[in-house]
Design a protein around this ligand. Structure first.
Ligand code: PFF
Length: 450
């Protein structure tokens, strides 16, 4: 029963859908990951490549995912399978991606939740120690695990109930709060003495450091940040009303995602340079820079820090529930499992992966898979390999296996809305994107191997 109810469910309103899709897209990828990748990959050059990938690949793939989802009215695996059994594997790859991303994402979600508590308990009172506090915290063997489990539990409760209820409401309030706070931090950061160096790091490209790996990192980040290449947006599109304009929805969601990432960068880089910090510190960036900015604000800083990390945790949650839902929907739709049972089994497996990821920061740092710890392994495997392959497969599927006229009908709602760039989009999907992804993947993997 539940299955058929879920299948016929539609988004109540356009804004509901936009918020859900943007909620999935905007998450740790924008605020935690984007700035540190920018820092590790030389700043502006990375930004330019990232922008090009978002504009030429990201939007087009999102349009394609929405179209496939709405056309088939099925979640990822079912959508592929409804075309041909031979394509089932492409959907299953997406489910695997969801599993492995959920093998490290909740660890970082847990860090964020922990930082709400730490903001209360004196994190900001000793600005010099903020970096050490972060290092000490994530390498521990109990605290980060407890916070990860708390974060996972929120996911379980929400996904077991179905996504629509509380989380959407919380998102509707907290996403704008997060945005407002980022603007505030950006203003503070930009007015610190020495801030200009951060801006020029972010916007003045130096191509000397660009390698094949930079391109692969930017491509992976575009897919990760926009929730593409693993069927998440196919699933969301499948609940979409036939009257909705898919192209403008995709453009809007992509624009919002990009806007938040840029804002996160503008909030952080001026402060990084003003405080004389290193831009290439990796995953700790947001947890060190943001509290440092708040610490420099005096009394109000503590309050803002609490609100910031609550909002970041909720942004992470609106993304992680979409990841968990992809895996859960597979077990419900394809394996006939009951929702609650699917949620419990899927989340337990994810929690085990998360324990390995979290411990790989400390107690298990010596244990490596292909030369890296579990956290990095799940991260690299998904965003540099699985999502790119998932995007490639989707482009081939849409460009070469679906009927062009039917796609046009789907994207123009039977000719009632305009899609002036249809031919350009189709050429991108059919020829340009598959070739571009293949080149970037090969060049990137070769340069990692060197
Ligand atoms: N887009 C999310 C973020 O930027 O944090 C992460 C994500 C969610 C990736 C859902 C993939 C996905 F299907």
């Amino acid at each position: 029963m539940e299955k058929s109810l879920v299948k016929r469910e539609n988004w109540g309103s356009r804004i509901g859908f936009i918020m859900a899709a943007a909620g999935s897209a905007v998450g740790l990828g924008n605020i935690w990951r984007f700035p540190y990748l920018l820092g590790e990959n030389g700043g502006a050059a990375f930004l330019l490549i990232y922008l090009a990938f978002v504009v030429f690949i990201g939007v087009s793939i999102m349009i394609a995912e929405f179209a496939v989802g709405r056309k088939s009215s099925r979640a990822a695996v079912g959508a592929y399978k409804s075309h041909s059994q031979n394509w089932t594997f492409a959907g299953v790859l997406g489910v695997l991606s969801a599993f492995f991303i959920m093998g490290f994402y909740p660890v970082v979600g847990g860090w964020s939740a922990a930082y709400v508590a730490k903001s209360f308990t004196g994190l900001l009172s000793n600005p010099e120690a903020i970096g050490d506090v972060f290092g000490g915290f994530i390498t521990g063997s109990t605290q980060p695990l407890v916070w990860m489990l708390i974060f996972m539990l929120f996911n379980v409760v929400i996904v077991a109930k179905g996504i629509a209820g509380g989380i959407e409401k919380a998102g509707k309030i907290l996403m704008p709060v997060l945005f407002g706070l980022l603007v505030l931090i950006a203003v503070r950061s930009l007015t610190l003495p020495g801030a200009a160096a951060g801006l020029s790091y972010m916007f003045k490209p130096d191509f000397s450091a660009v390698t094949g790996q930079t391109f692969l990192a930017a491509l992976g980040q575009a897919f990760f940040s926009l929730s593409l290449g693993m069927g998440c947006m196919i699933t969301y599109g499948s609940y979409l009303n036939k009257k909705e304009d898919l192209v403008s929805n995709a453009t809007l969601v992509t624009g919002m995602d990009l806007g938040v990432a840029l804002l996160a960068g503008i909030a952080m880089f001026p402060a990084i340079f003003a405080f004389g910090m290193e831009p290439a510190v990796g995953p700790g960036l947001v947890f060190v820079v943001i509290p440092s900015v708040f610490a420099a604000m005096g009394g109000i800083g503590m309050l803002l820090s609490i609100i910031f990390f609550v909002a970041l945790t909720v942004a992470a949650l609106t993304s992680s529930v979409s990841l968990m839902e992809v895996a859960v929907a597979y077990f419900i739709d394809e394996r006939g499992m009951e929702r609650k049972k699917a949620v419990y089994s899927v989340s337990s497996a994810m929690a085990v992966l998360c324990v390995l990821s979290s411990l790989s920061m400390g107690a298990m740092s010596g244990v490596t898979v292909f030369g890296v710890g579990f956290f990095d392994f799940f991260d690299i495997l998904t965003d540099k390999i699985f999502l790119a392959i998932g995007g490639l497969l989707l482009a081939i599927f849409v460009g070469w296996f679906l009927d062009k006229e039917e796609l046009k009908q789907e994207l123009t709602n039977g000719g009632t809305v305009k899609f002036a760039l249809f031919e350009a989009w189709y050429t991108l999907i059919k020829y340009v994107i598959p070739v571009a992804i293949a080149i970037v993947a090969v060049a990137g993997i070769r340069s990692i191997a060197q």
